[in-house]
Ligand binder design. Structure first.
Ligand SMILES: [Zn+2]
Length: 349
């Protein structure tokens, strides 16, 4: 193991003998009695194993016990990463440099003791497919790619081309797929609605770990994902509301159709409304640049949680994260599975 000071923390002196690692009290730790041993800090860059750190410090006249004490205190305070040597070999230096900010953030946010190496490995191995609205979709793809996700595939929405009535202003009808604050798939047995003419999905070459669906998607496509057991995250932005979720883990959490069953239970008119909105959307959408960016960032964050931890670890599993402008706070809404939903047939026991 190769101890390294967490790179996102800056050492500062509190007094002549007390070194503080980090600035914000929610991250920082203070080490007293550091006057003599401070040069140990400079040795903690992940290039030496523990014994080499102790030997190098001894060479600078620092007793072994003092070095060990500093290492112990830093580790106990969560300010130290231990890079396994194998991790260093597995991540090429240029890639580590490129993703340094990602590693530093992950390491601090999740208190990972490996400098974010495990999280990065999971990102590198992940395939995430994005379908739907191009503006938000591309923003999500950019964030995921720059975060180190191995494969990000962006597929333009079927509805981008098949779109929604005669375009009135050039390409505008292709740009956005806003959708309202509710509803995507129609509940079985509800008033039928005309599906878009082109709903066929290209077969997956490699099955993605996660599909991000941006905008309202035809019910049969989302049910296909349920049947194929592909986790998927729904994302909507319109009517000045951003919604990220649910994150559907087929057979384990509420699916998009479950939500419509719940809505139909709350609002008897919902099936009729749903039947009218399959291919209609307001133009222009009420999704400005700020809302699009906030929704894209939240979607990317939940995708990353799903990849690094587990899909069910995201607060968007059995829930939606919602931002209703002009509020600045995301709020979570819980959505249970609905016993009448066909997804019950795919339950994982
Ligand atoms: Zn369901």
């Amino acid at each position: 193991m190769r101890p390294a000071l967490k790179s996102g923390l800056l050492p500062v002196w509190r007094d002549r003998d007390t070194l503080q690692i980090g600035i914000d009290p929610r991250r920082a730790i203070a080490l007293a009695g550091m006057g003599q041993a401070v040069s140990v800090i400079g040795l903690l860059d992940g290039s030496r194993d523990r014994e080499q750190v102790i030997a190098a410090a001894s060479g600078q006249g620092i007793p072994v016990e003092a070095t060990e004490r500093v290492l112990t205190l830093l580790a106990a305070g969560g300010a130290l990463d231990d890079f396994p040597a194998s991790t260093l070999r597995a991540i090429p230096a240029p890639l580590r440099a490129k993703l340094a900010a990602e590693l530093a953030t992950t390491s601090l946010a999740h208190r990972d003791g490996d400098g974010g190496a495990r999280a990065l490995a999971r990102r590198r191995a992940a395939i995430i497919r994005i379908e739907g609205d191009r503006r938000i979709g591309r923003a999500v793809a950019r964030i995921l790619s720059s975060s180190g996700v191995g494969q990000v595939q962006f597929v333009r929405a079927q509805t981008d081309c098949a779109a929604a009535g005669p375009p009135t202003a050039g390409t505008k009808a292709r740009r956005a797929e806003p959708g309202g604050s509710a509803g995507r798939a129609e509940p079985a047995g509800s008033a039928g609605r005309a599906e878009p003419a082109r709903v066929s999905r290209p077969a997956f070459v490699n099955q993605p770990d996660l599909v991000i669906l941006i905008g309202r998607q035809p019910g049969e496509l989302t049910m296909q994902l349920v049947r194929d057991r592909v986790p998927h995250l729904a994302v909507m932005a319109g009517e000045a509301i951003g919604i990220v979720g649910p994150l559907v883990v087929p057979g384990r959490t509420a699916c998009l159709r479950c939500l419509d069953y719940v809505r139909a239970g709350n609002d008897p008119a919902w099936p009729l409304i749903l039947a009218q909105i399959g291919r209609r959307r307001p133009e222009p959408p009420a999704c400005d640049s700020v809302l699009a960016a906030m929704v894209a960032a939240q979607a990317a964050a939940q995708a990353m949680t799903a990849i690094e931890q587990a899909p069910t670890a995201s607060p968007a599993a059995n829930g939606t994260l919602e931002l209703v402008l002009p509020d600045w706070r995301w709020r979570r809404r819980t959505w249970p599975r609905h016993p009448a939903c066909p997804c019950a047939a795919h339950t994982v026991r």
